[in-house]
Design a protein around this ligand. Structure first.
Ligand code: AZA
Length: 294
């Protein structure tokens, strides 16, 4: 038998880091990290030879040490530092996959002023990064947003789609649109950690641009379909971030069904009279795309 795929590491390594600033304010970062290594370690699978294994616990300890010794923000930099560390420390490791999920701690406002050290979890939305460091091949980075729940009560249409004997869905020029945004953008690969450090300012700008573009396009577009709206978002992100080579979206269409209440004294609650709807947990539409530069 042949080992055709082999990588191992520690998943769900959670860490929190506080930054105590000169002006008395404090900043916090909470993230979940996964490291997965590849290299000349197939004999730990095939021959029970553990001599080449950098234990997953060692990988976990390394994450904590690197978080103490280096910046954890932007997450793209921290993930690249970790990936670079594993390759430069272990000559028999040739690929390091590092994913980082940053959880939201948004600074509280108290009496109209940002509070120096109090934060709130305003949503399950996360900022995500996947970095892959390959020996003498540089570092590829994919950044993204996950779990950003949005809804609009109108300004969404869906008509003109193919109809045949299997089609029941009525056309609509006014519907609820709700989705949970999963967006990603792939950076042109970095030759080494130094190049990531040089471009470090681009990462936070890209994330805030992508988030703003997503929210504002979702809100302002009178969407003819999920497909078209996500394409418009992607085009704008490519225009805003020169170093990004492609943008990906995966958007579930979380349906809200009208409820016919006419059985109750002829109560009108469908079409233009619809006010009470049944949110559907499943099934959901799922619309995905990757958009690259011309
Ligand atoms: O925006 C939409 N795209 C679709 O492909 C689809 N199919 N059913 N409803 C839909 N809404």
């Amino acid at each position: 038998a042949t080992l055709s795929y082999a990588r191992y590491g520690k998943d769900n390594v959670r860490l929190y880091k506080v930054q105590r600033n000169e002006d008395g304010t404090q900043d916090v970062t909470e993230m979940t990290v996964c490291t997965l290594l590849e290299g000349d370690i197939t004999e730990s699978w095939t021959k029970a030879d553990n001599s080449g294994i950098v234990a997953t616990d060692t990988q976990k300890q390394t994450v904590y040490i690197m978080a103490k010794l280096h910046p954890v923000n932007p997450p793209e930099l921290f993930a690249s530092i970790l990936g670079d560390h594993f390759l430069s420390t272990y000559s028999h490791i040739h690929v390091a996959h590092v994913s980082v999920t940053v959880h939201r701690w948004t600074r509280m406002e108290v009496d109209g002023k940002p509070h120096p050290h109090s934060f709130m979890r305003d949503g399950v939305e996360t900022r995500v990064v996947e970095a892959v460091a390959r020996r003498s091949k540089g570092i590829t980075i994919r950044s993204g947003i996950k779990g950003l729940l949005v809804l609009k009560s109108t300004g969404s249409q869906f008509w003109g789609f193919h109809r045949d004997e299997f089609t029941r869905l009525p056309e609509t020029w006014d519907r609820i649109l709700s989705t949970e945004v999963e967006a990603g953008w792939n950076w042109r690969s970095f030759s080494a950690l130094d190049e990531v450090k040089k471009d470090v300012a681009a990462f936070n700008k890209a994330w805030s641009d992508a988030r703003k573009i997503t929210l504002e396009t979702f809100a302002t577009e009178n969407s003819p379909s999920v497909q078209n709206t996500m394409y418009l978002m992607s085009e704008q992100i490519l225009a805003a971030v020169p170093r990004v080579e492609s943008v990906e979206y995966s958007l579930p269409n979380k349906h809200y069904f009208e409820i016919d209440l006419s059985w109750y004294k002829g109560l009108k609650n469908t079409g233009a009279d619809a006010e009470v709807y049944a949110p559907q947990s499943d099934p959901n539409g799922l619309i995905q795309c990757t958009v690259t530069r011309k």
